[in-house]
Design a protein around this ligand. Structure first.
Ligand code: AMP
Length: 187
């Protein structure tokens, strides 16, 4: 299965992506994790990306798409993947379509995780990552609304919405229920 997970920072995408990737047997590809790994290893890409991560701005599309293109070319992603945090802009979505078309495939579904702003902000403040200060959190929410929310229209044909409130188990069950329809359709 080829899936994309979208949702505001704090919707629990990363947590759900890890669980779903295990259940579905496809690799979990998080662009945030890939960037943080580059930053830790002090690669040129990491040095370049760090200031964007620190402020909650998006890393420029060409850098992000190039990194994803490389990751998707690895053999473990050939038969499916779960993209967490990419695409985050309409140009990134177009890039992804082109990458998949080159190997004659398309996305099966886009899962949108939704939760009220006070719920996501409370989760982020509890998580305590370096970019989880109140100012940066607020900025990341604005970036999401401005740059990522337009993707819901872009993907309206394959969009599945999951209400991301309640326990981790509740949310996983809702996501799996949505996906079972896709799996039936694909079979
Ligand atoms: P995340 O772990 O998904 O919350 O991402 C953390 C940070 O990595 C974001 O605030 C951005 O600076 C950067 N980032 C992650 N994914 C993308 C993307 N698809 N496009 C641009 N920047 C990204």
């Amino acid at each position: 299965m080829r899936l994309v997970l979208i949702g505001p920072p704090g919707a629990g995408k990363g947590t759900q992506a890890a669980i779903l990737s295990e259940r579905l047997g496809v690799p979990h590809i998080s662009t945030g994790d890939l960037f943080r790994d580059h930053v830790t290893r002090r690669t040129p890409l990491g040095m370049d990306a760090q200031r964007y991560l620190n402020t909650g701005e998006l890393v420029p599309d060409h850098v992000t798409s190039g990194m994803v293109r490389e990751r998707l070319a690895r053999p473990d992603a050939r038969n499916g993947f779960l993209l967490d945090g990419f695409p985050r802009t309409v140009p990134q979505a177009r890039e992804l379509t082109t990458m998949l078309a080159a190997v004659d495939t398309t996305l099966d579904a886009v899962l949108e995780f939704t939760a009220p702003e006070e719920v996501v902000v409370a989760r982020l403040l509890k998580r305590g990552r370096p970019d989880d200060t109140e100012d940066v959190i607020r900025h990341r929410q604005n970036v999401y609304l401005r740059q990522t929310a337009p993707l819901m229209t872009h993907y309206s044909d394959i969009l599945l919405t999951v209400h991301a409130t309640g326990t981790v188990e509740d949310i996983t069950a809702r996501a799996m229920a949505q996906l079972s329809d896709v799996a039936r359709g694909a079979a």
